[in-house]
Design a protein around this ligand. Structure first.
Ligand code: SAM
Length: 203
């Protein structure tokens, strides 16, 4: 398909998409906010929590949701892309996979974390297998960070692609967490291989 046709299709799909329209009305920077909202409604992620990390946060709709939902929490949002400030949110611009960036996260909190959410994904290359492998690596790195820095009852939520690294990630999660769920919100496009992993209670 030609590039022009792909972008026309994308624009038409955006116009038809109810979550795109809803996000404009409700002031969210992207439709992705509704994925976190659905995950929160189903798994009660944001009750009685105070330390939250949002990985791969730009342009910021998950952080906007968290800022409204848990306004008293300490929230640090990380992305290597710059994005507009959000009330109640501290932004750290950097590559999460850098050791220095991870040190800055831990020194910001100086205590264990209640919730780590990751919507990190690389720019799509057009090669779905490659995209899912690289995003899988990001998910694994985020999970390792979560294992080391969550408190015992903490929760780790991550985007994951149904692909070659899926089983390895689930296995790693099962070794370290008592409770693991996989859930695809209705706001996640059907044609996307994306789904979400919810891990809680460290072993
Ligand atoms: C799907 S977007 C996130 C959307 C966001 N959750 C929202 O609601 O606005 C994925 C983000 O992951 C970020 N990302 C990918 N790899 C990263 C890394 N190693 N460190 C930090 N951010 C990363 C990208 O820059 C991109 O902004």
């Amino acid at each position: 398909m030609k590039k022009n046709k792909i972008s026309k299709n994308w624009i038409n799909r955006q116009k038809r998409d109810i979550f795109v329209r809803k996000s404009k009305l409700e002031g969210y920077r992207s439709r992705a906010a509704y994925k976190l909202q659905e995950l929160d409604e189903k798994f009660i992620l944001t009750k009685n929590i105070s330390n939250i990390v949002d990985l791969g946060a730009a342009p910021g709709s998950w952080s906007q949701y968290l800022s409204k939902k848990v306004s008293k929490a300490k929230i640090l949002s990380i992305d290597y892309l710059k994005f507009e400030p959000i009330k109640n949110i501290e932004i750290l611009q950097g590559d999460f996979t850098d050791e220095e960036c991870q040190k800055r996260i831990t020194s910001f909190f100086r205590s264990k974390l209640d919730l780590i959410v990751s919507d990190m994904a690389v720019n799509t290359t057009g090669n779905k297998n490659l995209d899912s492998i690289v995003t899988g690596e990001l998910c694994l790195k985020a999970m390792i960070f979560a294992i080391n820095h969550l408190n015992e009852k903490g929760t780790f939520v991550s985007k994951i692609f149904m692909g070659s690294s899926f089983n390895e990630i689930i296995l790693k999660g099962k070794k370290s967490f008592k409770d693991i769920k996989v859930f695809k919100p209705t706001s996640s496009r059907k044609e996307s291989k994306e789904t979400f992993l919810i891990c809680r209670y460290l072993k």
